[in-house]
Design a protein around this ligand. Sequence first.
Ligand code: KIV
Ligand code: ZN
Length: 533
Amino acid sequence: MTVQTAAAPTARTTAASAGDDKNRIIIFDTTLRDGEQSPGCSMNLEEKLKVARMLDEMGVDVIEAGFPIASNGDFEAVREVAAIVRNATVAGLARATLRDIDRAAEALKGAARPRIHTFLSTSPLHMKYKLQMEPEAVLQAVVDSVTHARQYTDDVEWSPEDGSRTEPDFLCRTIEAAIKAGATTINIPDTVGYATPEDYAAIFRMVLERVPGADGIVLSAHTHNDLGLAVANALAAVQAGARQVECTINGIGERAGNASMEEIVMAIRTRPDAYPYHNDIVTQHIMKASRLLSSVTGFQVQPNKAIVGANAFAHESGIHQDGMLKHAGTYEIMTPESIGLTKTNLVMGKHSGRNAFRTKLRELGYDDIGDNAFQDAFQRFKDLADRKKELFDEDIVALIDDSVAQEYDRIRFVSLGVMAGSIGSQSAQIVLEIDGDTRWAQTGGSGPVDAIFNAITKLVPHEAKLQLYQVHAVTGGTDAQAEVSVRLEEGGKTVVGNGADYDTLVASARAYIHALNKLLVKREKTAPEALTA
Ligand code: KIV
Ligand code: ZN
């Protein structure tokens, strides 16, 4: 069995290879692999395909689509992403075993440009406690795994996991062995986010100086944000010779996350004096990508997040506003337009039709909404416009995020009736569509939210514990829409669901249902036979 080889790489990857264009940075996106592994970020197949299409469209060079051996869901996702992506290279992750690599190769069979990314821990701590392997056995496994992967494709990436805490001589030996065995990209992860920019840059300089053949392959940075240094570390590695950065949209990823793609790309774009490098990312797609990811995962970015946070281009203080009116450059180092954030003038109200709604969505960066999500959001927008005096962009963003999030869910909200107040008991009657069947239940509870969650649980029995229930108003005023977040925990794994509606109780039901849908996806990923990298 042979995967189609990367005999004719795209302009994207060729240009970045050593010697071709020395200042081009390969953008390797791992939102669908390292990002999706993190709590609250699991995606189902259709959601992953949406994200993959968007990444391909925005100019990402390599899309790491998943870890095929981890679960059947991961395998399918890599296979389907490989089939639809036409420009980017598609990578599948594999541990250093023949079985993992065979499975990755199988999943990548349909890819125009397949890459097998294989990894093995090399730090003393990981070798002793995690692998329980001697260094010489690790070295042999590196050679065997890379050699095996090369039988399937000539695009093989190798990563020494916990590379930044690996003993320097051993790191150089393993990298040299991987290059000799045929690795074309060497990725040196700061797996636990421990390195400082100076440490991390020194590792890349050392590898380039000491490892024969290191100047003939692509060196790659993979950084985690445990100390808030992921982006700084990735950029330091680039300055020291790395020509690939591994990153995720919105910086999602294990623990504190991975390096955020939008931050790396905009740092390079905004400070060419400090970072004289380039890449093919169409920065005007950044906001759209960020919003799509938030809506499919239900994982919102913090308001003060660099580049894509709601406040990133907001100027509240009088002095700043005055400066901005005189010259935008006084307080803005990049334009909102450069990340696809257009100032919208289209005022929406109850008389706005489908066309105006579609145009508004485009202005807000949502130009790839599926038909079902669009119809649902349009209907809900009309209902909202009937009830709310002023409609703001935030209202529409909340609605569309909610509709997109539900589009492929197995459990869908249909209707809710609630008895609440201080007279008599509280009860809820809920109607849901579960795998296409309409079902209803009625229960009581101590308060309306408890009654709603009990009614949903009656239809979708589960053992998950409610860890967090949070409401916030999307805009000001008593007619504001409510946005509810719900966190559920089952067997040590957490999921987050969001729901928006002008009725807080409906928003609560939607959020709970969204969380349960995420739990169904999570169960497969965390089944006893499933793995994570
Ligand atoms: O952080 C890490 O070390 C990883 C590897 C699997 C590349 O994600
Ligand atoms: Zn990682």
